[in-house]
Design a protein around this ligand. Structure first.
Ligand SMILES: [Zn+2]
Length: 152
């Protein structure tokens, strides 16, 4: 048996740009495709081919609009008005959530950079210590090449 994969499986999220599922799905006439990466809301879900939107997010939005619509109807709104208000309400809330997510992402990036800097410092200190220990042992810090090749 020589065909098949080697068994090495990397997460698809490592190369979303290389996969091109969306294009392939479009060519194949599918309505959705699987991008292999999470949406900003953390859904690992199929996406709509025509706009790339996460299907789980779309369902969530629809469910929210439906709930808001029902609340409007309960408050005695005319159906059309209740629908409009529900859409506006959900749109506004989504925008707020996106802003919050962006803020969180910025804060996380800042934290990551700070952690990376701290790690860098630790590594440098460790390397210095290691070098100092080696010198104390009488070992050369770096094995140098001979001054001249033996055949010279
Ligand atoms: Zn989503």
């Amino acid at each position: 048996m020589t065909s098949g994969t080697t068994g090495l499986r990397l997460p698809l999220s490592l190369f979303p740009g290389l996969l091109g599922e969306r294009k392939a799905a479009r060519v194949a006439g599918h309505k959705t495709y699987f991008g292999g990466f999470k949406c900003p809301n953390g859904h690992l879900s199929p996406r709509r081919v025509f706009d790339g939107k996460c299907c789980a997010c779309i369902d969530q939005t629809k469910a929210r609009e439906q709930a808001a619509f029902e609340r409007g109807m309960e408050r005695g709104r005319a159906p059309e008005r209740a629908r409009k208000e529900a859409e506006a309400e959900v749109r506004e809330r989504l925008k707020e959530e996106q802003r919050a997510a962006r803020r969180a992402a910025t804060a996380k990036a800042r934290e990551d950079r700070a952690r990376e800097r701290a790690n860098e410092k630790r590594r440098a200190t460790l390397a210095k210590k290691k070098a100092a220990t080696k010198r104390a042992d009488g070992l050369p810090e770096r094995a140098g090449a001979p001054d001249a090749a033996p055949w010279d």
